[in-house]
Design a protein around this ligand. Structure first.
Ligand code: MTE
Ligand code: MO
Length: 303
């Protein structure tokens, strides 16, 4: 477990009162005691009374046990092979149904925003889970600034296509480039983040540097890595895993313990680094915040 000192906390976390709840969630999940935060928060004793439920997954697992098929299909392949990916300079093409389309330098695209720290439970469709302190920018704010047109109903995220740098793309395990997408209301939901860092540090390449999507109530595959294009669309985009196996990976991919993968149950999960399996929660435990997005939808059909 990597215990961070207050000096490691991003300045935004310390100065911006509106981010209080993020910091509190982080400290709670990190289990940092009053000593560790040096009296930053008066209510620390309360916050340190957390169970093991959502203890942070160690840095070594977050950055050493990955899915990033562009760098191989083994869990340790990305950590071994992604290191050389050139993430500077990095351009992001903003396209489609939007009033400010352009190829932006990543720094310019994100300049008006301050990353916030959010501890999210993450659930992979393969049955494992982690608790990760992401550093990111709520996508909704970025979308507002880009001004989608009234036709924009979906947002599509495309990963870099570069078989030279990404050896996995020289093989046909998936259709390249990796594409994921959200409905506009999902993209604008305050939980949805464009992530640039983790554990208070810049994002390691194996986790999707320099920019990746995180949607904590959905299976991990919705969170495309190393994004070079964000396109606003009127119609529902074709997405990589849905193309690969439509009966196994739906477009919505909301975490749902009641809808099994055709080849395995989704009712339980293994928290990486912990011994016993735990129950998987509807919407990965974020139902109070996101269930209303799907009111009236049959979630067995729209899996
Ligand atoms: N471009 C790209 N993005 C991707 C993947 C991938 O193979 N390629 N794997 C997905 C899957 S299945 C998961 S579980 C998460 C894993 O993110 P992490 O390695 O940062 O935990 O990334 C998702 N994003
Ligand atoms: Mo996954």
């Amino acid at each position: 477990m990597l215990i961070r000192r207050p000096s490691d906390l991003p300045a935004s976390e310390i100065t911006d009162q509106s981010l209080f709840w993020n910091r509190r969630d982080f400290l709670k999940a990190a289990g940092l005691g009053a000593a560790a935060v040096g009296g930053l928060l008066p209510s620390m004793n309360l916050l340190s009374r957390r169970s093991d439920e959502d203890k942070l997954t160690p840095w070594e697992d977050v950055t050493g046990y990955n899915n990033y098929y562009e760098f191989g299909t083994g869990k340790d392949d990305p950590a071994r092979q992604a290191g050389g990916l050139r993430t500077k300079p990095w351009k992001v093409d903003i396209a489609g149904e939007v009033k400010r389309p352009a190829v932006y330098d990543l720094g310019d695209l994100l300049k008006p925003f301050t990353p916030v720290e959010r501890v999210y439970r993450m659930r992979c469709v393969e049955g494992w889970s982690m608790v990760i302190p992401w550093l990111g920018i709520p996508l909704g704010g970025i979308i507002d600034r880009l001004e989608p047109t009234s036709k924009a109903k979906y947002v599509e995220f495309t990963t870099l296509l570069d078989p030279q740098q990404m050896p996995g793309q020289q093989r046909g395990v998936l259709e390249w480039p990796y594409v994921e997408a959200l409905r506009m209301d999902e993209a604008r939901h305050p939980l949805t983040l464009m992530v640039t860092g983790v554990y208070g540090k810049p994002l390691p390449n194996q986790n999707g540097a320099p920019l990746r999507l995180i949607v904590p109530w959905k299976y991990g595959f919705k969170g495309g890595k190393s994004i070079v294009k964000i396109r606003f669309r009127e119609t529902q985009p074709q997405t990589t895993w849905n193309i690969a196996a439509p009966d196994e990976y739906g477009f919505f991919a909301n975490v749902n313990p009641e809808v099994d993968h055709p080849r395995w149950s989704q009712s339980r999960e293994r928290r990486i680094g912990q011994l016993f399996k735990r129950k998987t929660l509807m919407f990965n435990g974020y139902g109070d915040q996101v269930a209303s997005l799907y009111a009236g939808m049959d979630l067995r059909k729209n899996f």
